[in-house]
Design a protein around this ligand. Structure first.
Ligand code: ADP
Ligand code: MG
Length: 663
């Protein structure tokens, strides 16, 4: 029956069909069936208004609404009402669909309400709750009622959640409803997965929670299984079709560096990943590898050694960083490391002067530059290498897939690609997103590092924080104080930064203390100057916006104070904290926030205080924000999952991947 058209199977026509397509991208019966409920309401539980006290919780209530009150003008327009039962009353607020509300909801009618309780300026209310006349919600099948996403336009044609439910229920409850099985019989038997037809019915019309859970498990598995199959196939095709440069020599540069210039003994993990990288490049296969390592785990040296393998084979290498400061820092440290063995390192960023650029382009095309370090400027068209053999991309999460592709175009044959990320991507996400990439993990920190101690303090603790900073500076340490910078409101943020700077300058007066300040509005040259003063130890405190977030390395800095920490995401907080704890001294991170925090912000602070483990933090981040946000919108398209949830379904994903691999 799936082969029939949507109109035949649903009996829908006209605007409803058109809107299904334009609003929800539902064009086929299959699309409709895969428009899974995003939630189920347990209609068997009705709370009393007086018991609805926990912000963030969903409640089902029964009662009546009062007359609507309109407030505000234009975009600020909103409508309010109160909802009451015998036990009490609560405020309701709407910002949209005002006309529709006034015509379809009637004061005095007994409604069943479902919504999330929110707390606004200390008062409890519900924003855009669902309201249905009580007699309409009675569900003869049992407690669980599916809730479907829909849009205002569709709702107006009668296809609100309830309308969609009716259409889908009528299809899946037909006696003749039958779908082709998509999973092999033995696989289903082995993993105890229910059949496709049964699962599809139960996901839309569950008889009870157990049946629903079985249906979800089966459909999630199917979804992830096919993605994994595709990734496995893609990887195999890439390996077959793309020949990589074969770097069969591990030669003079590598050995000379390893024996004479290596500033420390490599950790076991560093040695292991260098072996993995070498094995890829030696074999003539095309390397496409993700190198994951927590902040401070020592990825830079791995990058340097990988570059030397390319250079030993007569090729050039490039290291691309997401920010100018980071590119510069890489340049300075790698130049110093590699100069003794005669490797030519150059820096190309947006602020490299024209005249110098011309000289560089020539040297690149002529092959006298061995290693080019830079920002995205490296990806721009006029940059031509003689023979680029390896492209290393640092802090990958800032780089889109498209930018990576541009690197490929720089050669006839694509260079080997090593993507380094300090934001540990949870295993589940890495498998799904990068199933066609090989992954190396540095899971060991250099010896002698002490775990950073993290505390969460409030703005009122300011004097204590200053006192602590003084103690640390007296011990010879340096301190970062970081302010958030969100681009859209950067004027305000800049003011916060300047106010903060002034109060710090008052508490830490010259000549006893020297303070650096760095922010996004400064010229690169000035930023660089200040960063260097701090790196050299000439200033004790660096007041900055998040420009220092990635990669900056000042081992003597032992205190990181993050102001308005509630405005940062978890991965950013972890990155920032990673700026300290790089030397042998005990390091500290102080998260300063307002006294009042959302429950999510509280969770972020608690996580930071509890753990230094980047993987654990990434997992909590994934749970709190969802995978789309984590990867930036550019890649969220890859994750257009209909039912599976990467944050919570790692077990199902694991089985799906194993099954795909074995096939
Ligand atoms: P990240 O992985 O965050 O890029 P870096 O490469 O910047 O880390 O390394 C962090 C610090 O650790 C640097 O100061 C670096 O010199 C040092 N380091 C790296 N590897 C080792 C090691 N095996 N032993 C001691 N120190 C190391
Ligand atoms: Mg780094």
């Amino acid at each position: 029956m799936l082969y029939r058209k949507l109109d035949e199977i649903t009996g829908l026509f006209g605007t409803r069909l058109t809107f299904l397509k334009s609003e929800l991208r539902i064009e086929t019966p299959n699309d409709l069936l895969e428009h899974y409920p995003f939630r189920y309401v347990d209609r068997s539980v009705v709370a009393q208004v007086a018991d609805a006290t926990e912000p963030g919780e969903y409640y089902q209530l029964e009662g009546r609404i009062e007359n609507f009150v309109e407030e505000g003008e234009g975009a600020a327009k909103r409508i309010r009402s109160r909802f009451s039962d015998e036990s009490g009353s609560i405020e309701l607020v709407w910002f949209k669909g005002i006309r529709w509300l006034k015509t379809s909801l009637k004061p005095g009618v007994r409604y069943s309400l479902y919504g999330k309780l929110t707390s606004f300026k200390g008062a409890l209310n519900m924003v855009h709750p669902e309201l249905d006349p009580v007699e309409k919600v009675a569900n003869p099948l049992g407690g669980l009622q599916p809730v479907y996403s829909t849009t205002e336009k569709l709702s107006k044609t009668g296809l609100n959640s309830k309308g969609i439910e009716r259409v889908i229920t009528s299809i899946v409850s037909r006696h003749a409803f039958q779908l082709a099985e998509t999973l092999p019989e033995d696989l289903r038997a082995e993993l105890k997965l229910i059949g496709k037809t049964e699962a599809m019915r139960a996901i839309h019309v569950p008889r009870d929670a157990r049946e629903l859970q079985q249906a979800q498990r089966r459909l999630k598995f199917e979804e992830l299984f096919f993605i994994q199959m595709e990734l496995c196939i893609r990887k195999e095709m890439r390996e077959k079709s793309i020949q990589g440069f074969s770097f069969d020599r591990v030669g003079e540069y590598f050995h000379a560096f390893y024996e004479k210039c290596l500033p420390f003994e490599l950790t076991g993990a560093q040695k292991r990943v260098i072996k993995e990288i070498r094995a890829d490049m030696v074999g003539g296969k095309h390397m496409n590898r993700l190198l994951q390592g927590d902040v401070g785990s020592g990825k830079t040296i791995v990058a340097a050694l990988s570059a030397l393998i390319a250079i030993d084979n007569g090729f050039q290498a490039t290291l691309v960083a997401p920010t100018e400061i980071l590119a510069q820092q890489h340049y300075l440290s790698l130049k110093e490391l590699l100069a003794p063995i005669g490797v030519e390192v150059a820096l190309l960023t947006g602020s490299t002067r024209k005249a110098q650029r011309r000289v560089q382009f020539e040297a690149l095309a002529g092959g006298t530059i061995h290693l080019l370090i830079g920002t995205h400027a490296v990806l721009e068209d006029p940059v031509v290498f003689k023979n680029l053999g390896l492209a290393i991309i640092d802090e990958q999460h800032r780089f889109g897939v498209a930018q990576r592709a541009r690197l490929w175009k720089k050669n006839l044959k694509p260079p080997h690609v090593l993507v380094m990320t300090a934001t540990p991507i949870p295993r589940t996400l890495a498998m799904t997103l990068y199933g066609d990439l090989d992954v190396s993990v540095i899971d060991e920190l250099p010896p002698g590092r002490k775990p950073i101690k993290t505390v969460h303090l409030f703005d009122k603790d300011r004097l204590r924080i200053f006192g602590f900073i003084k103690e640390q500076i007296a011990l010879g340490r340096q301190v970062y104080v970081v302010y958030p910078l969100i681009e859209e409101s950067s004027t305000l943020d800049l003011k916060d930064l300047m106010d903060g700077y002034e109060s710090i300058a008052r508490a830490f007066p010259i000549p006893d203390y020297q303070i650096s300040i760095v922010h996004g509005r400064m010229k690169p040259k000035d930023k660089d100057f200040e960063m260097r003063r701090f790196a050299k130890g000439e200033t004790q405190i660096l007041v900055a916006t998040t420009v220092i977030e990635v990669g900056v390395n000042v081992p003597n800095a032992s205190v990181m104070v993050i102001e308005s920490a509630q405005r940062f995401g978890l991965s950013q907080l972890h990155q920032l904290r990673g700026r300290v704890g790089r030397g042998a001294d005990q390091s500290f991170c102080i998260l300063a926030t307002d006294a009042k925090l959302s429950s999510e912000a509280r969770m972020r602070m608690r996580t930071m205080v509890e753990t230094n483990d980047g993987f654990r933090i990434a997992e909590v981040d994934l749970e709190l924000r969802g995978p789309g946000d984590l990867m930036g919108t550019q890649q969220s398209g890859t994750l257009d999952l209909k039912i599976a949830n990467l944050a919570t379904d790692s077990k199902v994903l694991y089985f799906a991947r194993q099954a795909a691999l074995s096939i």
